[in-house]
Write a protein that binds this ligand. Structure first.
Ligand SMILES: *Cc1c(COP(=O)(O)O)cnc(C)c1O
Length: 231
C-alpha cells in the first residue's frame, strides 16, 4: 500500500475506535475526554507511528524496552508508555523517559525503579499490574497482595503508584472480560478509601482491541489498543 492509503485506513480505524470509545463512555456516564486511547505500536514502524501522531494520537505503548527506546527517539513529542514485563536491568532505559510504566508486578522491580528515580531526581509514575484472571501464564500481583504492596510503597522516595493495570482473558468472547474488569474496579474502590503514602489511585488501564468497550463501561480510563488500529 502507498503511504497515503495507509493513512486513510488508519484514519478510518481511528474514527471507528473513537466513536466506540465515546459510546462506551456515555454508557458509563462519562465523556470520551476522560478516556485515554493508548495506541499499542509494537507491531508497526516509526513511519506509521508518525502518521498516528499526525491523526491526533498522543499516547503510545510498547512492551519491549529496545523498541520503546528507538520509537521514543523518533517521536519524542508523544507520551510513551511501557506496558510489558520489565526486566530489572532495563529499568535505566525507561525511568525519566516513560510517561507511565504500566507493568510493575513485583517488589524488586519497584525498588529498582525507585533507586533509578532517586538517582535521576525524578518522580516515577507507575501502575501496579494485577493478575485478576488468575491465569498462571500472566504476570502480575495477586489481588490479595496489592494492599501490602501499597503499604510498602510508602518507604520509597521516587516511585508513585497512580493506579492499576490488568490484562483480561484471551477469549473469543469479550464478555468474559467483564467480571475481571469489575474485580479490578472493586479493588481500586476499596483501596482508594485508605490512605497510602506515594499512592494516588487515578488510572485504570484495562481493555484491549477485543474488549475495550466493556472495560470503559466498567470504568477504565486508559485503554490499550493495538490491532484494532494497526494492520
Ligand atoms: C499487545 C498488547 C496490547 C494490545 O493488544 P491488541 O489486542 O492488539 O489491542 C495491550 N496490552 C498489552 C500489555 C499488550 O502487550
Amino acid at each position: 500500500m502507498q503511504a497515503g492509503d495507509m493513512m486513510e485506513v488508519l484514519q478510518q480505524r481511528l474514527m471507528e475506535v473513537q466513536s466506540r470509545i465515546e459510546r462506551a463512555a456515555k454508557k458509563s456516564g462519562r465523556s470520551s475526554q476522560d478516556i485515554t486511547l493508548l495506541a499499542v505500536s509494537k507491531t508497526v514502524d516509526n513511519a506509521t507511528v508518525a502518521q498516528a501522531y499526525d491523526l491526533g494520537i498522543r499516547d503510545f505503548g510498547e512492551n519491549r524496552v529496545q523498541e520503546f527506546a528507538s520509537k521514543i527517539h523518533s517521536l519524542p513529542q508523544a507520551r510513551w508508555h511501557i506496558i510489558g514485563r520489565l526486566q530489572t536491568n532495563k529499568v535505566k532505559d525507561v525511568v525519566g523517559r516513560a510517561f507511565l510504566i504500566h507493568s510493575v508486578d513485583r517488589w524488586s522491580l519497584a525498588q529498582e525503579i525507585d533507586k533509578r528515580g532517586q538517582y535521576m531526581e525524578v518522580p516515577v509514575p507507575v501502575l501496579l499490574q494485577v493478575n485478576i484472571s488468575g491465569e498462571e501464564s500472566k504476570t502480575g500481583l495477586q489481588a490479595d497482595e496489592v494492599e501490602n504492596f501499597l503499604q510498602s510503597v510508602g518507604e520509597l522516595n521516587s516511585l508513585k503508584v497512580m493506579g492499576f493495570m490488568t490484562i483480561a482473558v484471551l477469549s473469543s468472547e469479550p464478555e468474559e472480560s467483564r467480571p475481571i474488569f469489575q474485580e479490578l474496579v472493586a479493588l481500586k474502590n476499596k483501596l482508594g478509601r485508605k490512605n497510602f503514602t506515594n499512592v494516588e489511585l487515578k488510572y485504570l488501564s484495562m481493555g484491549m482491541s477485543q474488549d475495550y468497550e466493556i472495560a470503559i463501561e466498567e470504568g477504565a480510563n486508559i485503554v490499550r489498543i493495538g490491532s484494532a488500529l494497526f494492520i
